[in-house]
Design a protein. Structure first.
Length: 649
């Protein structure tokens, strides 16, 4: 926030330049600063640089380190130079040290070079490029390179994951990632893309906590673009498209490349890869009225996708998907009627029917699947006015607040959806849209919403007045449904019984006080199987002492039972493993300067710990000292971080 310069003698030079003799530079308050730089001479230019000759770093006025010459920024704008390093110890990578160098290209673009040394791995250079030339034109790209002599030729030698059945024989390792969006020059055509390509299955896990690792890269891209990338253990996805939109119409041409990082480098060959890569061409008609004055709305999509895989069926899929919506306001309630269809054409290369999804389908095939739905809903409400609780607007009540009104809304809703059963077993499988599951369901729900009106007194010029605020402390939805297709299902009945009544569910958002928030989503089987799925989160927050959040998520193996029963091939049925995941996060303020942070994520069923992190920090006015211990998977890392606000390297 500020920098102090003092000296026995100060001379003003031409322009905004000054020279201090026997000088002291610090960002700390007080006569005995926590840290300072002493120098025989300091020449400083406002919004430029401070040049120190024969300088000494002092801690509490005790000399620690000498430097014959040093340059510090005295700018309020971005400038090139060294950034704060990152150092510590990792059980996977040994002692590590990362030194970034930041280079300003111009006011809209910059580069950051990283040099990372790891005692167990080697040297890894990295490059990060950022650009934000116009409001809608943004780019973020990064590349890590590593020559690793520690190749893995036997699975037991894999320090990252010795049980995944994969090795890693490549010495040249890398990770390319990035995002971008903007206009094609001055034309109305726009683009958007994500890049994510890695050399092997271990790279992201092994270096995820480094300065250029997965965690920080993921956060940087999300903060800049609001988009996410796949988790560490998922296939890497690179995709993008070129598009243009008009008032109600848009066209786009894109690509999608999905990488299985475990292919190659001593594992299964890329020639045996059955992963689908695609080039989609789409035209969209946005929802709008067909004729003004008639409440009939039309939307639709026409798409053509060429799907390619190294091994297996590949070909062209073309689809037309129009939808019509009719909104109706009837006495006491409203209704939405929807109807449409999918007309799909396939032209694939060959046919080898079998249990392998990549070998299904051939020749020229088509499918026609209609769909329809109807939704009816209404709202009942009641208001309790509490004007007698209104505070008098005076100096004594400034800042005080009271509840002066309560509104309760009840929103019943019933929905019917219909998609008929269509034999698609002989069609290719490129993605999930190639198997449209039949659906004939009735769903019903009731939502309760409570809205509180608070009145607060404020000082208004020479007088006093009140202003109102509103919040919803309670939102509770309950519902269930009935699956008509499941009630008449004959397929797989010898192994799986019919269960047409859908799980009853409850979704509660509860925040009665500023410091308390609770949310819970729960599904309960109507066939005596108990809770099939639940997600619970509780947060306690205090502005002075900190916060505590706890989350508990469960999944029963059969929580998606009815969806799996709609598979057209028995081999495609796949139930998930049971999940009991507990997450705890503490952020505690100890006194004025000490903050503690602790986070853990555990599988209650297996006892496995997925993540554990502890950070203790001392926050002084002019320096921050933090110690961090983090454990993720098989890696444990330790860090000691010193931050000097006002002094940038």
């Amino acid at each position: 926030p500020h920098m102090y310069l003092s000296g026995d003698k100060v001379d003003k030079l031409l322009g905004d330049r000054y020279v201090f003799q026997n000088a002291k530079v610090t960002a700390c308050d007080g006569d005995r600063p926590a840290w300072s730089l002493a120098a025989n001479e300091v020449e400083v230019e406002i919004d430029g640089y401070a040049k120190l000759k024969h300088s000494t770093l002092n801690i509490l006025d005790i000399p620690i380190m000498d430097a014959p010459y040093m340059i510090l920024p005295a700018k309020t704008t971005r400038q090139s130079g060294l950034l704060l390093p990152d150092a510590g110890y990792s059980s996977l990578n040994g002692f590590f040290y990362t030194q970034p160098y930041y280079h300003v290209i111009d006011e809209s673009r910059d580069l950051t070079f990283y040099g990372t040394y790891m005692s167990k791995v080697g040297i890894m250079p990295s490059l990060e490029y950022r650009a934000h030339t116009r409001d809608k034109d943004k780019t973020w790209l990064a590349l890590d390179l590593l020559y690793d002599k520690h190749v893995i030729r036997e699975e037991y030698g894999d320090r990252v994951n010795p049980t995944d059945g994969h090795i890693n024989t490549n010495e040249e390792r890398f990770w390319l990632r990035g995002m971008g969006e903007g206009f094609m020059g001055d034309s109305p055509w726009r683009y958007r893309y994500n890049l994510d390509y890695v050399s092997d299955q271990n790279f992201l896990s092994q270096f995820r906590n480094m300065k250029t690792g997965f965690n920080r890269s993921r956060d940087a891209m999300y903060n800049m673009f609001g988009r996410d990338i796949a988790e560490v253990d998922k296939p890497r996805v690179s995709e993008g498209f070129l598009y243009r939109d008009w008032d109600r119409f848009m066209v786009s041409l894109g690509f999608r490349y999905e990488q299985l990082a475990e292919l190659g480098h001593g594992n299964m060959s890329h020639s045996d890869d059955t992963t689908v890569q695609s080039i989609p061409l789409n035209a969209y008609l946005f929802k709008g009225r067909i004729v003004e004055g008639l409440p009939i709305e039309l939307q639709g999509q026409v798409s053509a996708t060429y799907a390619y895989r190294n091994k297996g069926v590949r070909g062209l899929r073309t689809e037309i998907h129009p939808e019509i919506t009719v909104p109706m306001d009837l006495p006491g309630f409203s209704m939405l009627l929807n109807g449409g269809f999918r007309q799909t054409y396939y032209n694939s290369n060959h046919e080898v029917l079998g249990s392998d999804k990549s070998t299904r389908g051939s020749g020229t095939k088509d499918r026609f699947i209609p769909e329809a739905s109807a939704t009816a809903f209404m709202q009942l409400s009641r208001i309790w006015d509490m004007k007698d609780r209104m505070l008098e607007a005076s100096a004594e009540t400034v800042g005080q607040s009271r509840m002066v009104g309560l509104k309760h809304r009840i929103q019943p809703r019933i929905m019917y959806g219909w998609i008929p059963e269509k034999d698609q077993a002989s069609n290719p499988i490129f993605d999930e849209f190639d198997r449209i599951k039949p659906s004939q369901q009735i769903r019903a729900s009731i939502t309760n919403v409570f809205t509180v009106k608070n009145s607060t007194v404020k000082k208004d010029g020479a007088g006093y007045s009140r202003y109102d605020t509103y919040r919803d402390p309670v939102r509770w939805e309950i519902g269930t449904g009935y699956d008509l297709d499941e009630a008449s299902r004959n397929l797989y009945r010898d192994k799986y019984a019919r269960k047409p009544v859908m799980d009853a569910y409850s979704y509660l958002e509860f925040s009665p006080l500023d410091w308390l928030t609770l949310s819970n989503r729960m599904y309960i089987s109507m066939y005596g199987d108990g809770v099939t799925r639940s997600d619970t989160a509780l947060t306690l927050h205090h502005p002075q002492w900190g916060s505590w959040s706890i989350g508990y998520n469960t999944r029963d193996p059969y929580y998606n039972y009815r969806e799996e029963m709609k598979r057209d091939n028995f081999h495609d049925i796949e139930f998930n493993k049971p999940l009991r995941l507990l997450a705890n996060t503490f952020a505690l303020n100890v006194g004025k300067n000490v903050k503690l942070f602790y986070r853990t994520q555990d599988d209650v069923t297996t006892g496995d710990n997925y993540e554990r992190e502890f950070v203790a920090g001392y926050y002084h006015q002019c320096f921050h000292l933090l110690g961090a211990v983090e454990r993720t998977g098989r890696e444990t890392s330790y860090r000691v971080i010193l931050e000097l606000p006002g002094l940038n390297f």
